[in-house]
Write a protein that binds this ligand. Structure first.
Ligand code: BGC
Length: 456
């Protein structure tokens, strides 16, 4: 079991290694604020005002970034920090639209939007069809030079539509709306989901300074002083601050515990050579990491050989999902639930399950711990960058977090909090990791409202 020992050592990422990963990220953050084209892009978002909670108005939001997209109609109340009305609908994105054409993807969004507007009207909600204000959450890296425009830099997660790269996604969406016969749509803001998550949290709490997604993909945004974003030419802002979208998906340092199974996963992925960090911490990949580890253990006879059907099953990409990894980690009884379901797919009999079950559960535990501890190191870098930790005292700070890994993977969440406590020390009690469920949609409405107020 020498191999298991090596994996334990790497996946349980010791404190010193987490610190080195964090130092490397912090250094790359500084470089990214001055230079373009690095693997930690540090993207200016043109979100310069922190919401006060006093924003009002009604807005539509469209949130695209994972395996489904959401459209919402949100009314912000006259009362401070109060959402008056929120109507929401969700659609799955067929795989062919994730890898097809720009018209296919944006046409799908526009048609759903049309359906949504009609539904609201038939429910008796009056709409001003001459001016439909829509804030667009687009959860991919964008090169922005204004709040209402963003050129896609590269696709991540399960998306790959080469013709969109370099295009302004606001224009693509607006054109699709026209083609679908929806007129009067104004898109005042396009933002990343991390930026929306942060804005939503700030609407309720001014100490929110960091927005994070630990979901299918992963990333964070934080409030930076404009003066420090050296690569930005225009500096004549009324505000001193701007939210920066870090885009850590592609972050790389030699300190990352990259193993043989990571390289295999990368080679078989939709974006080989990209998203190194996300492939170690994202919910889209964690099951694949585990599957590749199991394949290695079987290849080396550390785990018993599966049945012929089981072999075919395990050789298939994405048969183990993030939810399954989370469920297996949470099992008290190794011989129950999702673990038995998985071992049965491998064709193991009851006796074999008794031997293999604990090993498989440990694999799920190791991939989850590695993800959590690397995520903790990344979060620590962002907190140091904001100056909220690392000074004489740690300032009370809310870190708003959304995403399935944080919400549903209890071991991941527990280990993330633990790793942060190790890194920050006793003052970690001042850092509140707060679930901001579906915050990015609400945040988009708030960012649009802030822009509206500024324009008046
Ligand atoms: C994207 C980010 C996004 C994150 C979470 C990553 O794959 O590059 O822009 O914020 O996923 O959705």
């Amino acid at each position: 079991m020498e191999r298991m020992e090596t994996w334990r050592e790497a996946c349980l990422v010791p404190l010193e290694r987490m610190k080195r990963v964090s130092d490397a990220m912090l250094h790359k953050m500084d470089v990214g604020l001055s230079e373009t084209g690095t693997n930690l892009p540090m993207l200016p978002t043109y979100v310069t005002q922190q919401p006060s909670g006093k924003e009002t108005g009604h807005y539509f939001t469209l949130d695209l970034g994972g395996t489904n997209f959401r459209i919402a109609y949100i009314q912000l109340s006259e009362q401070v920090s109060k959402v008056e009305l929120r109507r929401e609908a969700k659609w799955n994105i067929p795989k062919e639209n994730m890898e097809g054409t720009a018209d296919g993807l944006f046409g799908l969004l526009a048609e759903a939007f049309k359906e949504f507007l009609e539904q609201l009207e038939s429910d008796g909600i009056p709409l001003n069809r001459d001016k439909i204000v829509l804030a667009f959450t687009f959860s991919f890296p964008m090169d922005q030079n204004a709040l209402d425009s963003g050129k896609l830099l590269f696709w991540t997660k399960g998306f790959n539509i080469p013709s969109c790269v370099g295009k302004d996604v606001v224009v693509l969406l607006a054109d699709a709306m026209h083609r679908s016969g929806i007129h009067g749509v104004v898109i005042p803001a396009v933002l990343n989901d991390t930026v929306g998550t942060l804005a939503a949290a700030q609407y309720f709490d001014e100490t929110a300074k960091v927005g994070v997604i630990f979901g299918t993909g992963s990333n964070a945004a934080y409030v930076e002083e404009i003066e420090k974003i050296k690569k930005m030419r225009a500096k004549d802002y009324h505000s001193k601050h701007m939210v920066v979208d870090i885009e850590w998906s592609d972050f790389y340092t030699v300190e990352l515990p990259i193993m043989s199974f990571d390289r295999k996963l990368d080679g078989e992925s939709l974006h080989p050579g990209k998203a190194t960090f996300e492939k170690m911490i994202g919910g889209m990949y964690i099951g694949e990491v585990a599957r590749n580890m199991l394949l290695e253990l079987i290849g080396d006879n550390i785990l018993p050989a599966p049945s012929p059907q089981g072999k075919i099953f395990l050789a298939t990409n994405d048969v183990i999902g993030g939810e399954q990894v989370a469920a297996i980690c949470a099992l008290q009884d190794v011989l129950g639930g999702e673990l038995v379901a998985l071992t049965e797919r491998l064709g193991y009999d009851d006796e074999t399950i008794k031997i293999a079950g604990p090993v498989i559960q440990e694999i799920m535990f190791l991939v989850s711990c590695r993800a959590a501890r690397l995520a903790g190191a990344a979060l620590y870098s962002v907190l140091r960058k904001t100056g909220r930790v690392g000074g004489v005292t740690t300032l009370p700070t809310v870190v708003a977090i959304d995403g399935s890994m944080f919400e549903h993977h209890h071991l991941f969440r527990k280990e993330l909090c633990k790793s942060l406590a190790e890194l920050v020390g006793p003052e970690a009690k001042n850092i509140k990791l707060q679930l901001s469920k579906d915050g990015s949609g609400l945040g988009a409405a708030i960012v649009a409202a802030v822009a509206d107020l500024g324009a008046q």
